[in-house]
Design a protein around this ligand. Structure first.
Ligand SMILES: [Zn+2]
Length: 136
């Protein structure tokens, strides 16, 4: 028995070969399932949203904030670790590298980044997050 119904995803009319068919194509079925499970379409592919927040920019800001906290922790640890100067230097290098890449995202005109930039970067992210939270 053939019935015509509207696709649950794109709302286009389609001929359902089975009464339990809800979507016009498998592509619509997949997209609908992504939508249900909170996936986001990011640069050509679907990505599971880690945060409950639907604001993608806020997710990125949270991720970067986490990275800054991590690199700060790394710097603290490395400065305390006087025993192994080699490791200390490597730790600082890694922390500096991550700050450098963050700086590249937020302020590409002011390279290279220094440790002193962390505080201002944090403020920037905080204001960015506030902005994104308000924008609804
Ligand atoms: Zn469809």
């Amino acid at each position: 028995m053939k019935t015509t119904k509207n696709c649950k995803h794109c709302y286009q009319l389609f001929e359902a070969r089975r009464s339990n068919h809800l979507y016009c194509t498998t592509s619509c079925k997949t997209k609908a399932s992504y939508k249900r499970n909170g996936y986001q379409y990011v640069s050509g592919h679907y990505k599971k949203a880690g945060d409950k927040s639907k604001v993608n920019g806020l997710n990125i800001a949270n991720q970067i904030e986490g990275q800054i906290v991590k690199s700060e922790k790394k710097q603290k640890e490395s400065s305390l670790n006087i025993k192994d100067i080699k490791n200390s230097a490597a730790g600082t290098l890694i922390a500096d590298a991550s700050i450098y890449s963050l700086k590249k995202v937020f302020a590409p005109n002011t390279l290279p980044a220094t440790k002193g930039d962390i505080e201002s970067l944090k403020k920037e992210i905080l204001s960015l997050k506030t902005l994104l939270t308000m924008k609804k």
